[in-house]
Design a protein around this ligand. Structure first.
Ligand code: SAM
Length: 464
């Protein structure tokens, strides 16, 4: 059995930690004390040049209100430049002895939380409750891309991330078309993040010395204006197929369904002989939009759509156009559906920025107005099919009276079980994910402005 340090009893020196381990011998001394032999598998090459560490932390542009997550803090080369400067600092370390050391030496530092976990599985979703979330890490090179995929797959609460990785991987993130490094990683990242190489490093500032060169890379979300909306799953599918054999012409590689390749090329103004590595990220996104076979992909709501207008007893009075109904605050009807997976987590959708109400906010799994003469139950079944591409048994949970909070809608809330994946129409939904209900509860309390008011009303009624 490995010896374990007693909790809350600091046998290590905080001042020594804050001054840093700035030479081979200092690192070896502390590692010996911890009983750690640097592991290649865990990428344990520790930074020993304080000016390099400081320059990396500086690129995170930290503010006192930031919540910072550091992946693989190790002996604290980056950590010590963050302590005392941010609202909260969460350290995720996989090596048990190093974790115990950090937990012990930092036990008196209030803003620090040390977590013993593999960052490949670290759940970043609870950080949606925070205003500003930044991530930093000198990543273990063996699983750096998996860690980045886990933390930055869209939608993600991360506002900015700075990582050190092996140079070859940073080359792939930052590659341009028609180069060897350009591929799935480049396109799938650049579609959501602005990536920037900040500096290249040799083996010198590390101990033990790594066999490869390293680079520092920064990720900032693209925001809604850089690219037109698209379906992430469709993009991933075609990019993966396209690059599977990168030298083959795309027309032989892509899952085109009923789409005509000649027509796509004409619309995109590209050669029919195009290969994956020749298309820019914009062109890949454009292609994903064209190939997407979701019937509602380009169907944002129209103000001229007709709704049944009802009285205070939910009896139909007549029909009026959507824009009019909303502008006048007339009573009308809607359904929401909560989709839970088998673990009881709720799927939340993030509304598209194209929506005329609550753009970009988090919303029920599926929701929508009733069409003229439509029943509530059929509308719920239709919304599930249209918004998530699924069918299944639904159950009525409650009826909610109209109020300003429901947008003057009579709402019926249904629920069902489904584990995904879902086929989202990008004109309606930007993305989504399953969330633990306890997490949603905290998120709602801390940041109600992130949610569409109709969802909040449904949530409150559901849990009453
Ligand atoms: N941040 C320190 C520095 O710059 O000197 C250490 C960086 S070292 C390259 C990588 C660190 O990540 C080590 O402390 C290692 O134990 C830790 N680590 C390795 N695999 C990990 C994983 N899957 N999740 C979290 N930490 C991990």
């Amino acid at each position: 059995m490995e010896p374990s340090l007693p909790k809350n009893e600091s046998v290590y020196d905080l001042q020594e930690f804050l001054s840093g381990f700035n030479s081979d011998s200092e690192v070896i001394k502390i590692l010996n004390l911890l009983g750690v032999r640097p592991s290649k598998g865990l990428g344990q090459n520790f930074l020993i040049d304080a000016s390099v560490s400081e320059s990396i932390v500086a690129t995170l542009n930290i503010e006192p209100d930031d919540v910072v997550v550091e992946i693989g803090p190790g002996l604290g080369a980056l950590t010590r430049h963050l302590i005392g400067k941010v609202k909260k600092l969460v350290l995720v370390e996989y090596d048990r002895r190093i974790y115990e050391y950090l937990r012990d030496v930092l036990s008196e530092v209030d803003e620090v939380e040390v977590i013993h976990q593999d960052a490949v599985n670290f759940d970043i979703r609870p950080f949606y409750v925070e205003d500003s979330v930044k991530i930093i890490g000198n990543l273990p090179y063996s699983c750096g891309t998996e860690i980045i995929r886990n933390l930055l797959t869209f939608p993600s609460p991360v506002d900015l991330a700075v990582f050190m990785l092996q140079k070859e991987v940073v080359n792939r993130f930052c590659a341009v078309p028609r180069t060897k490094s350009y591929g799935v990683l480049t396109v799938m990242t650049s579609a959501f993040w602005n990536v920037e190489r900040l500096q290249d490093l040799t083996y010198e500032p590390f101990t033990p010395k790594p066999a490869v060169d390293s680079s520092v890379i920064r990720f900032i979300p693209c925001g809604p204006d850089k690219f037109p909306p698209f379906n992430q799953r469709v993009l991933k599918r075609i990019v993966k197929c396209g690059f599977h054999e990168r030298r083959k012409q795309l027309k032989r590689r892509l899952p085109l369904g009923f789409t005509d390749w000649g027509q796509i090329c004409k619309e995109m103004n590209i050669q029919e002989t195009a290969r994956a590595e020749e298309l820019s990220v914009d062109e890949w996104i454009n292609m994903a939009r064209i190939i997407d076979d979701n019937p509602l992909k380009d169907n944002p709501q129209k103000g001229t759509e007709l709704f049944d207008v009802v009285d205070e007893n939910d009896q139909v009075l007549g029909q009026k156009e959507r824009a009019h109904v909303h502008a006048e605050g007339l009573l009308h009807r809607a359904v929401h559906v909560f989709v839970f997976n088998k673990s009881g987590d709720l799927y939340l959708q993030k509304r598209s920025m194209l929506k005329d109400s609550s753009p970009g906010l988090w919303e029920s799994s599926a929701s929508g107005h009733l069409d003229v003469n439509e029943e509530y139950h059929s509308a719920a079944v239709r919304e599930l099919a249209e918004e998530l591409g699924i069918s299944g048994e639904i159950k009525l949970n409650c009826s909610i009276e109209p109020s300003e909070r429901t947008g003057w809608e009579f709402v019926r809330l249904y629920s069902c079980e489904h584990n995904g994946p879902f086929n989202l129409p990008y004109s309606e939904i930007e993305g989504g994910g399953f969330f633990r209900t306890s997490m949603i509860q905290t998120w709602l309390k801390e940041r109600p402005e992130d949610f569409a008011s109709g969802f909040v009303e449904c949530w409150n009624n559901y849990f009453e």
